[in-house]
Design a protein around this ligand. Structure first.
Ligand code: NZQ
Ligand code: ZN
Length: 384
């Protein structure tokens, strides 16, 4: 096992009726800016629950954070904060609203040009405190320190990480999932699954606890994911998927193990140029990444085949081929497409995405830095 520091200070309020806990979790003297997206929270009662919980506070709202949050929209919220002196952000939404809120929280206190946080690794030295009411289980953003923000003018979609933007608390009420469109339920299951794979499918370091936690998450998502889209869906199914998504990217399974993230980095470029949803890009790239990297990932691919998929691995080549195929089939089972051409993206994407990767310095991705630009080019071509 590799050395690690593990610290996750986000308090989780999980379960039915927990949105009311917001009242106790926010400091009494806070002046709160509630940040949300395109308005789904007005239709499903979440806005009302949040307003009730905030009845004793001074608060206002900033709406309109878009899926794949943009720097341009976030900076409007920063201007409001600077003009009106808010000192707490409550993000009510999915990964986009939470990531946008993290950037807003850091940008509001950043002394230079905030875009530098994303484009030049500008160091975040403080940020406004953030709380979260999660409405879409997928990204894990509710209890991690990462954020991904896009620039609508330059086709950049870039991540940053800072302990200062890790949410103080997150409310996870599985009932919020009732109004999610099927496309977003699918996205959530696939994103959580691929987060787990990016931290599991590398090379063995004898990290038994992390491996078995990761395997548990993969198995749970494979078991419960299809139910989420069927008549069998109920509170128990939603609760298991919601908690899996949080656990998949809260630092626990990634502590002390090598991590990959190459599928994500290629995926972000596809979203930036072609606008596919984040999880749609992952389902397109992951099977091809598994295939292309099967030699360096061999031991873990076999472990995945045997322990997660229950395959006989005596014929190793056959087991690896089946493991890749079953992974793609799982995506199909939750109604996720797995080819760029399914979204009308053609051959030109191979060079376009490869040059985006080059422009962003993504030239040696993966746990062994073995995914060179040439490898990425081959993987994208195979994903058409
Ligand atoms: O805008 P609203 O009205 O909120 O509607 C949203 C949006 O249209 C809707 N929605 C959310 N909750 C709902 C709902 N509709 C009905 N009922 C509800 N309860 O769903 C749509 C998609 O929301 P979005 O927040 O964009 O989805 P997701 O949670 O998948 O977030 C994706 C973003 O997170 C980033 C992605 O790159 C992408 O920008 N990621 C963040 C990560 C992190 N911070 O750790 C890691 C991930 O790998 C990922 O990169
Ligand atoms: Zn993701």
């Amino acid at each position: 096992m590799l050395n690690f520091n593990f610290y996750n200070p986000t308090e989780i309020f999980f379960g039915e009726g927990q949105i009311s806990q917001v009242a106790n979790a926010i400091p009494n003297n806070a002046k709160v800016l509630v940040v949300y997206g395109g308005g789904s929270i007005h239709k499903n009662g979440i806005y009302d629950q949040v307003s009730d919980a905030l009845s004793g506070f001074s608060w206002e709202e900033f709406a309109g954070i878009e899926p794949n949050p943009t720097y341009q929209t976030c900076m409007q919220a920063v201007a409001k904060i600077k003009a009106e002196g808010f000192n707490f952000i409550l993000a009510v939404g999915g990964g986009s609203v939470i990531d946008g809120s993290k950037f807003i929280a850091a940008a509001a206190e950043f002394s230079g040009e905030p875009w530098d946080i994303l484009s030049k690794g500008g160091e975040v030295e403080s940020a406004l405190p953030i709380g979260v009411v999660l409405t879409l289980p997928a990204t894990g953003s509710e209890s991690n320190s990462f954020s991904v923000v896009s620039n609508s003018e330059t086709q950049d979609k870039l991540p940053f990480a800072s302990a200062y933007v890790q949410p103080k608390f997150a409310v996870l009420d599985p009932h919020v999932m009732k109004t999610l469109p099927q496309r977003q339920l699918t996205n959530g299951v696939v994103d959580a699954f691929v987060h787990t794979m990016e931290q599991y499918l590398t090379y063995p370091v004898d990290a038994k606890v992390q491996d078995r936690f990761a395997e548990g998450l993969l198995m749970t998502l494979m078991e419960e994911g299809p139910k989420l889209l069927s008549d069998e869906v109920d509170y128990k199914v939603r609760a298991n998927v919601m908690w899996s998504a949080t656990m998949a990217l809260n630092g626990l399974i990634g502590a002390g193990v090598p991590q990959d993230w190459s599928t994500h980095m290629i995926g972000h470029e596809i979203t930036a140029v072609y606008g596919l949803d984040h999880a749609q890009t992952l389902a397109v790239i992951l099977p091809r990444m598994m295939f292309a990297q099967q030699e360096s990932k061999r031991a873990k691919l076999l472990q995945y085949a045997e322990r997660v998929l229950g395959l006989d691995i005596s014929d190793e080549e056959q087991a690896i081929a089946s493991a890749i195929e079953l992974t793609e089939q799982f995506f199909h089972c939750v109604n996720m497409k797995t080819r760029l051409s399914d979204y009308g993206v053609g051959e030109e994407a191979v060079e376009v995405i490869t040059s985006q990767l080059e422009r962003h310095g993504m030239t040696a991705l993966g746990e062994q830095q073995a995914v060179t630009l040439d490898k990425s080019r081959q993987i994208i071509a195979a994903s058409l």
